[in-house]
Every structure is written in C-alpha cells, then in structure tokens.
Write a protein that binds this ligand. Structure first.
Ligand code: RM4
Ligand code: MN
Ligand code: MN
Length: 432
C-alpha cells in the first residue's frame, strides 16, 4: 500500500506559497471589516479549523442513475482504495477526518488490517450504515417487498441481524453510531397496510436498539420517496420523530437534505428537532427536484445557510441534547468525486462560519418589532459576506490547501490512480 501515489505535504505547502500573498490581503481586509461589527476574525478561523464533516465511503466512486453509470478513471475498487481517496480529500481540506462506511459494500476481510490502514491515513470511522434496500448474493430472503417492516417475520429477522452485524463491526472499528435507512414502502395504493408496516418496523427497530452500546447513538433517516414511489414507511420527520421517541434516548432523527418534497422548509424541521432534543445529524447534499444527491451548496446555498443559522443558534444557546453529527451523502455522476466532496465540505464550513456572523441581538430586536425587512437584512448581511479567506486560512493553518481543487489537479492524483487502478467490471461503488 505504501508504494501508492500520495499528495505530499511539501507539494501542498509549495502550491500554497503561490497564493499566500493574495490570501493575506483578503484576510486583512475582511478582518478590518468584521471588526467594525465587533467580530474578531481569528475566532472564526478557530471555529473553521475545528469543524468536521464526515465523508461517505460510497461517495468516492462514480454514481449513476436508473439509466446508466459512466465510470470515472481510477475509481476505487474496494474499501482500501476508497479510504485512500477519503484521506486525499482530508489532506487537502483538513475537515473530513472521519469516513462513514456502508455495509456490506465496505465489509472488510480483516478488521485489524482495516483499522491500521485507516490509522496510517489519519482517518477515523463515523456512523455505520446498514443496507437492507438491496439483495446480496446468496441471501436467504429478498428485500423486494421490504426489510425491517416486511410482512414476513423471517425477512424482518434477516434485516435485524444485518443491522446487529453492522453494530458489531462498528464496535471493532471505533464507530459510535448506526444509521438506519430503509427503502421500505409501496408502489401502489393498497399494496401495504400503512399501520402494520410501521408496527413491524418499530418492533424490528426495538430489537436493534437493544443492541446499541452505551455511548452510541442510533440515527433514523426518513425519506419521502424512492425507491418506493407511492408510500414509504419512514416518510417524513414526524414519523421519524415518533419512532425516535418510541425507541428511547439513544435514538435520534437524521436529516438528509434531499429526502423532502421540493420547497419544504427544512430549516424549520431542523429547528423543531433541535427543540425536541432529537436532532441526530445530517446527510448533506443538494437537490433541485428530489433526492438528486448533488453537491452540497450547489443549488440552494441560502437554504444551507439558514439550516446553519438554526444550528449555530442552538450551539450558542447550549441547548440540551444538541450534538449533531455532520456527514455528506452525495452521488457524483459527472464530476470527479474527490473534487465534489472537497468543494462540498468547504461549503458546509462556509455556511457554519457565515451563520456565526449573524448579529443575533439585531435579529431578535427586529423580530420583536415585527420588522421583517430588518430581520431578513440581518441574515442577508451574514450570508453575503465572503468568508473564503477565513476558510482558506483555516485549511492552510491545519496543513491543507488554500485552493484544494487547484492543488488536487496540479498533483495529477487522478491520472496516477488511473494507472494504479485499472478499471474493473461491475464494481458496486456509488450505485445510488
Ligand atoms: C439513500 C439514503 C441513505 C444512503 C443510501 C445510499 O438515499 O440517503 O442515507 O445510505 O441512499
Ligand atoms: Mn442519506
Ligand atoms: Mn438519499
């Protein structure tokens, strides 16, 4: 493994030298501007430096649609190569040191080997993701008509066991959470009994929950449609919240930004879940129509900012049970996944930093006076502030790149990987 091409720290440092001068100018100007509002730029750099968002192992492969998949060059062919790409992302942006695995896609043959490889790459493991939305070779029962909510208890049992195996593996690799997303639902009116399906689901989840270790959390992910197109069992945040409450204090709701109807007010959903002490975390992505899994911040950056406005408000108010896990969940069909994931992680940090610029006293005052224009203006003032120099400074101070995509391209990493990893037929990476 050690002979594989890596981007050297010196290379990043040399590339950074080319833009250090301009960055210093921009940083100085922004620092002065923020000081007018009594904001200390160094505090924001510190915040950006310590912000972390996990990357999905399934995101580094090229995705696809129902119609086709156009594989990219040098795609990772297994979990080790996926980790290599994740480490490259983190090397350049320095805010993605954890990877979320998907089982069985990433099932390791040797757990100790996986652990030591991750360690040498400076990576940790984030939430475990189970997969009961797809049949695996040699599997006894099919998930065609559901998994944890299936009408047949033998199918449910198989799905429960799979989730327990994910927990067991997670314990060995230092994960502290299990994310459960099921594709269960129906395509036709009358196909399933809504009430029975949810009862079955909850009964299954109770068994899984009983196996969640202390110090762990269980994240439940709702999704309005797809792969089922008439109904889904965990269709929305309300159902999600109900289940999380029924299960107990280790169960939380996970918000995947793409899993709502178009134009739904996600920031309000986030606020509600925070208020109820049940916000577990996020799967960040962006969308125009459905669960498009596009790059975070690429379609609706203002929505992302408004979500972070809620999160930062909760952070500043030290609200109870508020410890959201941040993860990306995207599918890259036309871009180099490494570039998309780097950009996306930067967009998440950008929204976080911008949300810290909101003058909360001014906002509250405007809300009290019913001054909608002043309230919106306060938010817009933060949102339109270009904090790029804060983000770049944070990355550089952490050893990363001032311009991650430029440095990545200059390194010719992808071409090197194309040589090292000749294409393989039928790889499973990023099918969704
Ligand atoms: C789903 C959902 C899950 C992810 C799968 C691959 O749409 O977002 O989080 O595990 O895709
Ligand atoms: Mn997701
Ligand atoms: Mn999704």
């Amino acid at each position: 493994m050690s002979t594989k091409f890596e981007i050297a720290d010196d290379f990043i440092a040399d590339e950074n030298k080319k833009s250090e001068g301009f960055l210093a100018e921009d940083y100085e100007y922004l620092g002065k501007k923020l000081r007018r509002n009594l904001i200390e730029i160094e505090d924001l750099v510190e915040k950006a430096q310590s912000f972390q968002v996990a990357v999905p192992s399934w995101g580094v492969g090229t995705g696809g649609t129902r119609f086709a998949r156009f594989p990219g060059q040098g795609e990772p062919r297994g979990v080790y190569e996926k980790l290599e790409d994740c480490a490259t992302i983190n090397k350049l942006v320095r805010s993605t040191s954890a990877v979320s695995l998907h089982i069985p896609w990433d099932q390791p043959e040797n757990v100790d080997e996986l652990n030591s490889f991750a360690k040498t790459k400076g990576l940790k493991f984030d939430a475990m993701n189970s997969n009961t939305f797809q049949d695996q070779l040699g599997q006894a029962h099919s998930y065609k008509f559901g998994s944890l909510s299936h009408a047949d208890k033998d199918v449910r049992r198989q799905a429960i066991e799979h989730n327990i195996e994910c927990i067991e593996l997670g314990k060995k690799i230092g994960s502290r959470a299990l994310t459960v997303w099921v594709g269960d639902g129906s395509n036709f009116a009358g196909q399933t009994n809504f009430r029975h399906a949810l009862e079955n689901y909850l009964e299954s989840m109770r068994e899984i929950y009983a196996r969640i270790p202390d110090g762990w959390r269980m994240f439940i992910e709702h999704k309005m449609f797809e792969p089922a197109f008439y109904s889904t069992v965990i269709s929305d945040w309300g159902t999600n919240y109900y289940c999380a409450r029924e299960l107990g204090e280790k169960a939380f709701c996970l918000v995947d930004l793409g899993h709502h109807a178009p134009n739904v007010n996600i920031e309000q959903i986030v606020s509600r879940l925070i208020q109820f002490g049940k916000l577990g975390g996020f799967h960040f992505n962006d969308s125009k129509y459905g669960d498009d899994d596009l790059d975070t911040g690429s379609v609706k950056p203002f929505q992302l900012f408004l979500i972070f406005n809620e999160l930062v408000d909760a952070e500043l108010n030290n609200l109870p049970n508020f410890e959201p896990a941040y993860m990306l969940d995207q599918s890259h069909n036309v871009t180099d996944p490494i570039e998309s994931l780097m950009m996306s992680s930067c967009e998440v940090v950008r929204a976080y930093v911008q949300a810290h610029l909101v003058d909360r006293g001014k906002l509250e005052d405007a809300q009290r006076r019913g001054d909608a224009i002043a309230a919106l203006g306060t938010l817009k003032e933060a949102f339109t502030t270009d904090v790029s120099s804060i983000l770049a400074t944070a990355r550089a101070r952490n050893g990363g790149a001032i311009n991650p995509v430029e440095v990545y391209r200059a390194s010719r990493y992808r071409a090197e990987k194309a040589r090292e990893r000749p294409a393989q037929v039928g790889i499973s990476a990023g099918i969704i």
